[in-house]
Write a protein that binds this ligand. Structure first.
Ligand SMILES: Cc1cc2nc3c(=O)[nH]c(=O)nc-3n(C[C@H](O)[C@H](O)[C@H](O)COP(=O)(O)OP(=O)(O)OC[C@H]3O[C@@H](n4cnc5c(N)ncnc54)[C@H](O)[C@@H]3O)c2cc1C
Length: 476
């Protein structure tokens, strides 16, 4: 059976949905394809379930560590199975509201594994779909590192968060060994530790978040994790894993020396790779790069003119990030470029705010100092501790720091990195300002509500001209 539509979309994640909605706005027909629960990674096994459980873990942690003299610590009882059940209910509810309810005559999903048959045709479980235009939005999955024995032991990936699939984790492990120290390892590591699991993280580099982040960020979060009792082993490469009784034993090279780590469960969090090796992409003639990412131009067009790609599947090309809002924006752009006769739109990744939802949050936007220098700027940059921010002091949570990078000649702010309470909210002020190419003076001259964490931005900007430790109220 042949089904002809204006746009065939491989995938049904946030990127795919944004493209399908754009098709609907343009009064074109679109069909998505999906082999797992519809809605993709973010809603089913990524952003939403992780932030739900991380929120619960924070309640437990804060109750045990009330920070204020005069408040007594309290042991919140944890029923992990019930917590997982409510997480699933939240995911089901959100998936219904934001994904399933949008389906109709113009936006459909064909369920099953999708593969190209030729550049215009895909096959889903024996059914062929023909698209005038095609969008590849198959997302990414966990990379499995080359560790001897990994295929012979049970291991978890971030899919442990998923709903409606057998790999969902329903029992809390007593101990967890995490291979990898990126954002997923940090978010899940702290979460499990706060639930009561003993957590060890094996990080290949000498510092956390070595790529794309200011070094101060990795150092700050490593010391906060250490205070919480999370063990991070640096310069550690897991080489062999095996099962012994109910435990997994990993042998790792740590700064050249063999060490062994054992835990009840093993979590592999060593990055993500695009889903392009399972869709017979060669039959469409679409080029992928060495990392398996679909090669696109700034209009998200592949080398085959009627085929576009967007979201996680394009990796970091053109400054892109593997994050839901980035994919959704790209899905809309790709859909429009594919289906409309308007001049094509380009992606713009100059200002992409990002947050790692550890506690305190890590939030960044723009360039770190090293990237600004590499881009040819004469740089001014500085960092100050959160203890200089009155709000942080008032609520007795002075963990963290803020760093700002600016062009030393024009004072234009090029990047901000913050580790601190509510950093994920504060970063939007910096993002909006940078969108309009704000200078240090714009941050300084904007009145900030006192006392707020957003004052951190004003204080760090002032630090170019004055000692920020010698300011009176309201950073004046
Ligand atoms: C643990 C975790 C936490 C995260 N937290 C955040 C966060 O807090 N904020 C944030 O912005 N981002 C977060 N992300 C990243 C975010 O989830 C992704 O960037 C986003 O989901 C990518 O959307 P996408 O539509 O491009 O791909 P996906 O959402 O992955 O959708 C692609 C879909 O295509 C389907 N598919 C692939 N191959 C085939 C095939 N051959 N046949 C049929 N279907 C196929 C897949 O099953 C998948 O459902 C997180 C990710 C993880 C793993």
């Amino acid at each position: 059976m042949l089904d002809r539509v204006d746009l065939v979309i491989l995938g049904s994640g946030s990127t795919a949905f944004a493209a399908a909605l754009t098709a609907q706005e343009l009064q074109k027909s679109a069909v998505m394809t999906e082999e797992r629960p519809i809605g993709g990674t973010c809603v089913n096994r990524g952003c939403l379930p992780s932030k739900n459980l991380i929120g619960a873990a924070k309640i437990i942690h804060d109750a045990r560590n009330p920070r204020y003299p005069g408040l007594t610590a309290y042991q919140v009882e944890l029923d992990f199975a019930a917590l997982v059940e409510q997480k699933d209910a939240v995911v089901h509810d959100y998936r219904k509201k934001k994904y399933e309810s949008l389906l109709g005559d113009h936006i459909r999903v064909e369920q099953g594994h999708v593969r190209f048959v030729n550049p215009h045709t895909v096959e889903v479980d024996g059914k062929q779909l023909v698209g005038e235009k095609v969008l590849i939005a198959t997302g990414s999955r966990a990379v499995l590192p080359d560790i001897d024995g990994l295929d012979r032991v049970p291991y978890l990936t971030s899919d442990l968060l998923t709903v409606d699939e057998p790999m969902e984790l329903r029992e809390l492990p007593q101990s967890l060994l995490i291979v990898g120290g990126g954002y997923i390892a940090l978010e899940l590591g702290q979460m499990f530790s706060r639930f009561g699991t003993t957590v060890t993280i094996l990080e290949r580099n000498a510092q956390l978040l070595a790529r794309g982040y200011e070094p101060e960020v990795g150092r700050t979060i490593a010391s906060i994790f250490a205070q919480e009792g999370i063990q991070i082993v640096f310069n550690a490469t897991a080489e062999v894993v095996r099962q012994e009784g109910s435990e997994i034993i990993a042998t790792a090279l740590v700064t050249g020396r063999e060490r062994q780590y054992r835990a009840e469960r093993l979590l592999v969090a060593t990055g993500r790779r695009p889903n392009t090796d399972n869709i017979a992409i060669e039959r469409a003639g679409v080029k992928v790069n060495e990392g398996g990412e679909v090669v696109v131009d700034a209009h998200l067009r592949t080398n085959v003119p009627h085929i576009f790609a967007a979201g996680d599947v394009i990796g970091n090309q053109h400054g892109s990030e593997m994050a839901t809002p980035v994919g959704s924006r790209q899905g809309g752009i790709a859909g429009r470029n594919a289906l409309s006769s308007e001049p094509p739109r380009q992606v713009d990744h100059r200002v992409v705010p990002r947050t790692i939802f550890v506690d305190p949050e890590i939030a960044v936007v723009g360039m770190p100092e090293s990237a600004a220098i590499a881009a040819g700027h004469r740089c001014w940059c500085n960092s100050v501790p959160m203890s200089l921010v009155p709000r942080a002091a008032a609520i007795r949570d002075t963990r963290g720091m803020i760093k700002m990078t600016a062009d030393a000649d024009s004072n234009e702010v090029l990047g901000v990195a913050m580790v601190g309470h509510n950093a994920g909210e504060v970063i939007h002020e910096a993002a909006m300002a940078m969108r309009f190419r704000a200078t240090l003076h714009d941050f300084i001259d904007t009145l900030h509500v006192f006392p707020t964490m957003a004052e951190a931005l004003k204080i760090i900007a002032i630090s170019r001209f004055k000692d920020p430790a010698k300011l009176s109220c309201c950073a004046e």
